[in-house]
Design a protein around this ligand. Sequence first.
Ligand code: ATP
Ligand code: MG
Length: 243
Amino acid sequence: MADKILIASGKGGVGKSTLTVFLGREIASGGKRVLLIDADMGLGALDTMLGAADKTMNTWFDVQCGNCDLKSAITAVSPNLKLLPAPRFYSDDIPDDVFVKIISECESDFDLIFIDAPAGVDGCLPNAAAACDKAIFAATADEISVKAAACASFETEKYDIKREDMRLIINRFIKKAAVKSRLLNIDGVIDKSGVRLIGIAPEDKKIPYSSVTGVYPDKKSKFVKAIKRIAARIGGENIPLVL
Ligand SMILES: Nc1ncnc2c1ncn2[C@@H]1O[C@H](COP(=O)(O)OP(=O)(O)OP(=O)(O)O)[C@@H](O)[C@H]1O
Ligand SMILES: [Mg+2]
């Protein structure tokens, strides 16, 4: 059965979807079969970030409504990487077990499933958390974002994801700013969030362009190297922390 990992943050715009896409690509390129589920109803972005917006048609909402079967809603981005997109509109009428049902139907086809949650602690976050057994929280190294990640981690605990199965990624990290104490330093982030660190991804000016085009940035960039290390740790490897 697939590992099912929620990617959440509480605060919006800290890089949940970016990390979902890059970690998904990286793990799939290593040979694992990966499914990305976009749970950000009305605001889904994974199709665009993967450069697959023109390939995707049906969404998990269509599956839920019986408009199509699950197979026809799952788009192949590459042989090992598949996407189940979010609907382009918001609905209040989503059953609590929408992702539990979808995943139970397809999880034997995958080694790993990431669910990219919306910002906040409502919307589809509870539905997504209910379908996952682990969670990764994204935060930037500032007080507001870290508080939000901590809040999202407490909400997630309500859905039986244990604290020992939660990890934190500090994204958009700027070493100089942390050193000059303009932002929280790493220890400060971990202490405040109450979640164990799994990696640090640096600020990279090329990522916003990559997000809107699906174009992969330089594989030698510090950001891509950081993603590779985090992906390896998700796979159980013991890789030292690098700044
Ligand atoms: N490490 C990074 N360096 C530079 N820009 C980044 C980095 N990570 C993400 N970004 C940019 O930050 C913006 C927000 O990222 P993203 O959409 O992944 O965040 P999100 O948490 O999923 O947002 P939302 O809460 O709206 O779903 C995007 O423009 C993205 O390209
Ligand atoms: Mg997002």
